[in-house]
Design a protein around this ligand. Structure first.
Ligand SMILES: [Fe+2]
Ligand SMILES: [Fe+2]
Length: 260
C-alpha cells in the first residue's frame, strides 16, 4: 500500500548510530534524495564559498542532523507528495514540519536532544499523512466537518471513516517499518491524556503539536496536553516577538524541506 522504498529509507536513516558513510550510501540510493541533499548543501542557507559536488561532501557540509531531516522529509514525500492543490495535503505537511521545528527549538525545555526532538516531531503524524495519502478526498471532508463543528471528535471521525485513527495507523507503520522504538510513543500517544511516567520526547511532541496548532499550523485533533504543559506551551509562544521568530523559522523550514 505504501512505497516500500520509503519504509526502507526511514528504517535505515533512523538506525543508531547512523554513520556518515551510511548516510552517503542512503542518499545515493535514490536520485531524488541525492539531488535534494546536494541542492540543500549548496543552498544559500548552507552553501559555502566553494560549491560541493559529491554526495560525501554534501553530507559532511549538512551534518548528520540536517541530512537525516532532508532524507526523512524526502521519504515522507514518497508517501504523501506535497501539493498545494488539495488544502488537506498542504496543511498536513505544514503541521508536521511546524511541529518538528518547534520541537527542535524547545528541546532544551524537555531535556531532549534537538535532533531527536526534530525527528520525532516530523514523524509524529506519519499515520495522518498516510491516511491523507490513501483517502485524500474523504480526509478533506473530515477536515472540513471537524473544523466547522467542535462537537465532532477528529479521532473518532477517523475511526468511523477509515476503521482506524491516525495514531493506530502510525503504530502499525512503526512496526512494519521497524522504526526505532523510542519514536513509537510520540507517534501513537500524542493525543492521549498525559500519564505519569510519559517520556520527555512524548511531552516535547505533545506540547509542540499544540503550539503548532495555536500559531497557525493546525491539526484538528488536539494534543492531550496537561494544564502544566498548556502553560508551558503558552509561555513558548509569548511574547509576540518570540512567536514571530518561531513562525519565521517554520516558514523557512517549509521552503527548505518542501521546495528548497
Ligand atoms: Fe496527531
Ligand atoms: Fe500533531
Amino acid at each position: 500500500m505504501l512505497p516500500t522504498a520509503a519504509a526502507e529509507i526511514l528504517r535505515r536513516v533512523h538506525a543508531e548510530p547512523v554513520e556518515i558513510e551510511e548516510l552517503v550510501e542512503l542518499a545515493s540510493s535514490d536520485p531524488a534524495i541525492a539531488a535534494r541533499v546536494l541542492s540543500r548543501a549548496n543552498s544559500a542557507h548552507f552553501g559555502g564559498v566553494v560549491p560541493v559536488e559529491t554526495l560525501h561532501d554534501a553530507v559532511v557540509r549538512l551534518g548528520t542532523v540536517q541530512t537525516t531531516a532532508t532524507v526523512t522529509a524526502q521519504a515522507l514525500k514518497l508517501i504523501l507528495p506535497p501539493s498545494s492543490d488539495l488544502p488537506v495535503i498542504d496543511a498536513g505537511w505544514k503541521h508536521s514540519i511546524a511541529c518538528a521545528k518547534v520541537c527542535e527549538l524547545t528541546a532544551g525545555e524537555f531535556g531532549v536532544s534537538p535532533t531527536a526532538a526534530y525527528t520525532a516531531g516530523l514523524l509524529h503524524d506519519v499515520g495522518r499523512l498516510a491516511l491523507i495519502a490513501r483517502y485524500p478526498n474523504e480526509y478533506s471532508e473530515l477536515d472540513l466537518i471537524v473544523s466547522k463543528d467542535e462537537a465532532f471528535d477528529p479521532i473518532e471521525c477517523e475511526r468511523r471513516l477509515f476503521e482506524i485513527d491516525h495514531c493506530q495507523a502510525g503504530d502499525i507503520l512503526v512496526t512494519d517499518w521497524k522504526l526505532p522504538e523510542k519514536l513509537r510513543s510520540s507517534i501513537t500517544d500524542h493525543h492521549q491524556d498525559p500519564q505519569l511516567g510519559d517520556g520527555s520526547l512524548l511531552r516535547a511532541v505533545r506540547v509542540s503539536c499544540a503550539v503548532s496548532s495555536s500559531i497557525g499550523y493546525p491539526e484538528p485533533s488536539r494534543a492531550g496536553v496537561s494544564s502544566g504543559d498548556e502553560n508551558l506551551a503558552q509561555s513558548m509562544i509569548e511574547p509576540q516577538r518570540r512567536r514571530s521568530r518561531i513562525q519565521a523559522e517554520i516558514e523557512s523550514e517549509f521552503q527548505r524541506l518542501l521546495h528548497g
